[in-house]
Design a protein around this ligand. Sequence first.
Ligand code: DGL
Length: 270
Amino acid sequence: MNNAPIGVFDSGLGGLTAVRQLRRLLPNEDIVYFGDTGRVPYGTRSNSTIKRYAMQDAKFLLKHKVKIVIAACGTVSSVASNLKNDLPVPYTGVVSPTCFAAAKVTENKKIGVIGTSATINSHSYRDLIHSFDSEIEVVEQDCPLFVPLVENGFIDKDDPITRLTIERYLKPVIDAKVDTIILGCTHYPIIKEAISAVVGSSVKLIDSGKETAIYAAKILKENNLLCDENRTGKCEFYVSDTPDGFENVARVFLGENVEHTVEQINIELY
Ligand code: DGL
């Protein structure tokens, strides 16, 4: 048993999709979340910058004595795979759990992968899927405008700007007749309904935040790191920009009030 917190980080708000699922699956666990809102987006930056940011984010969480680090960020998971070996505690990103889930549910062996430009350029999802089954066709598409849309609250499925953006980016994926799409960036589950409205309800959408939470729970269980069941978990949120906007949006994404529990920190100190 281990009552230390679970550490989760993302470039911004997207990782809250993993936190929401962790809260459902493991309500007794404490969670420390860091959203690098001062430096979002990561997906348009160079690999060396993303690796440096990711290490700083992980170090911040380690200072809080977390028992596991979860990179709830498709971009970090794709580019900074070194984290797995460089951290003194168990680590997971989002790529492996999401690929396992997608490969399991595709029936026509055609999977779409959407993510940031850095994620798609790394081919991380495609290569892992092909390592399970080389016959699966993987159609990759970067969607660089999705993260700014989500960070700025353009999340309503009926918002014409959101819909047009999705239609424009996803046309090649729809044309390829995939039956499964990996939402390879943790911001994307927030516009899942809008994506589903464009691609059709028969296409299965794999939520990277959700699959990663399930996988992290499994790691904790297997390593005997789950906490005492008689406690109630609490969350601490940290951001690198002003917390004002974060509080409002996080309340919607998490379905709970986060007022007074968000603190701004200087990530460059780590
Ligand atoms: N949530 C991050 C991801 O999964 C967003 C990336 C970004 O900041 O560009 O990739």
